[in-house]
Design a protein around this ligand. Structure first.
Ligand code: NAP
Length: 265
């Protein structure tokens, strides 16, 4: 255990999946001294994450949470206020990947994708920021994806959700900076989690078909993403807002297209 997040309260969404990025972030936040509220649609998964933290001597709570629901966010904020105190860190990690070609993608699919990955973090920030403002500020970390800045087949809905989250995060960063609220993004590449296992059919990181095309020659581990989140959550990054950290083993540097949104329109 270290103390980079000592005495801080962190809400992390999507912690119920193992291996999963939210799980790794929650574990890392707790090991740096934060009290972590682990949330997920999968209540038992969030509970398992919180119990793992407590077994290791950390401080954790859990709640069932649908990030696409304003009332569910209301419960998360109410729990935080009553049980935990000022909210220092919000990590919008929960996400789904609706990977379909344009011909197969229905309007309902598209809306469901945006509801979880884009509207969810919007409701979360809309709920948390007034509270953070009243308690002296905070740090928001939104988990984007390299799919928010490079195109891929079947990535129309997913890419739209992540590109939108990236752009929204920059606007929040600028608007909320005077309130000492920072907002940054982390952009994972190919990370070994349940989501990647389902989308590739691999049963181990070494089986992921495109691992060899990653410049660092491996699929990332969820802890690689968590390490970036810890930096952005901690006071070490107190002069950093509106920034992005790519945790992608060099994929976006290879294609040289890491910033198309900023050059469009
Ligand atoms: P994961 O293993 O599928 O975990 C995502 C978690 O989010 C699951 O526990 C899931 O619960 C939960 N969730 C889904 N919908 C939710 C909702 N409406 N409300 C609350 N929780 C919900 O995925 P992951 O790979 O760790 O991904 C975490 C984040 O990183 C996502 O935002 C993803 O887009 C992003 N990302 C991942 C990769 C990668 O290579 N793995 C790359 C780039 C970005 P259920 O299991 O019950 O659905």
């Amino acid at each position: 255990m270290a103390n980079r997040l000592d005495a801080k309260v962190a809400v992390v969404t999507g912690t119920g999946s193992y291996p999963g990025i939210g799980h790794a972030i929650a574990i890392a936040c707790a090991s740096e001294g934060a009290t972590v509220l682990c949330t997920d649609l999968d209540e038992m998964g969030a509970q398992a994450c919180a119990e793992e933290i407590k077994r290791e001597g950390g401080k954790a709570h859990f709640l069932r949470h649908d990030v696409s629901s304003p009332s569910s966010w209301g419960e998360v904020l109410e729990y935080t206020k009553v049980e935990l105190g000022p909210l220092d860190v919000l990590v919008n990690n929960a996400g789904i990947a609706v990977l379909k070609s344009l011909d197969d993608l229905t309007l309902d699919d598209f809306r469901r994708q945006l509801d979880v990955n884009l509207v969810g973090p919007f409701i979360g920030m809309r709920s948390a920021i007034p509270y953070m403002r009243g308690t002296g500020g905070g740090s928001i970390v939104n988990i984007v994806s390299i799919a928010g800045s490079i195109g891929s087949p079947m990535g129309i809905a997913y890419g739209a959700s992540k590109g939108g989250l990236w752009a929204m995060s920059k606007a929040v960063a600028v608007e909320c900076a005077p309130d000492n609220i920072r907002c940054n993004t982390v952009h994972p590449g190919t990370i070994w989690t349940n989501m990647l296992a389902v989308s590739t059919g691999a049963t181990a990181p070494t089986e992921v078909p495109f691992a060899s095309s990653v410049p660092l020659k491996r699929v990332g581990d969820a802890s690689d993403v968590a390490n970036a989140v810890i930096y952005l959550s901690s006071d070490e990054s107190c002069y950093v807002t509106g920034a992005e950290i790519y945790v992608d083993g060099g994929i976006t540097s290879q294609v040289g297209l890491s910033r198309p949104i900023e050059t469009a329109g």
